[in-house]
Write a protein that binds this ligand. Structure first.
Ligand code: FES
Length: 113
């Protein structure tokens, strides 16, 4: 049986902490791309997973960085990964999420560790 194999993906809701701003993340859309579409000033620079300035902490909810040639988690310290910090331009939520990020500020562009 393959029930659920072809299940249609649904949009999820993102709530930003501490501002309380909310936006919808369509299926197969990165957290940061959906934030931009909603007019939110998410900290960023490269938009391709190489600078780290879009870092955010997932307070609630689930998602993943896609597997591929580039591993965006190389931009995070191990302790940041433990605290559920993600690279938002390369992270795809799979449930409603609450995210801590400093909207409107310039991110820390430290690059790969
Ligand atoms: S904007 Fe550079 S890593 Fe996300």
């Amino acid at each position: 049986m393959v029930f659920g194999l072809f299940k249609k993906k649904e949009p999820v809701k993102c709530t930003i902490k501490p501002t309380g701003e909310e936006f919808t993340v369509p299926p197969d859309t990165s957290l940061m791309k959906a934030a931009f579409a909603a007019g939110i000033k998410w900290p960023h620079s490269c938009k391709v997973g190489s600078c780290g300035s879009c870092r955010a902490t997932i307070v609630e909810g689930e998602g993943e960085h896609p597997s591929g040639i580039c591993d965006p988690t190389t931009l995070l310290h191990p302790e940041e990964i433990q605290k559920k910090m993600v690279i938002a331009c390369q992270w795809y939520p799979s449930s409603d999420v609450v995210v801590e990020v400093e909207v409107g500020k310039e991110g820390d562009k430290r690059g790969p560790i």
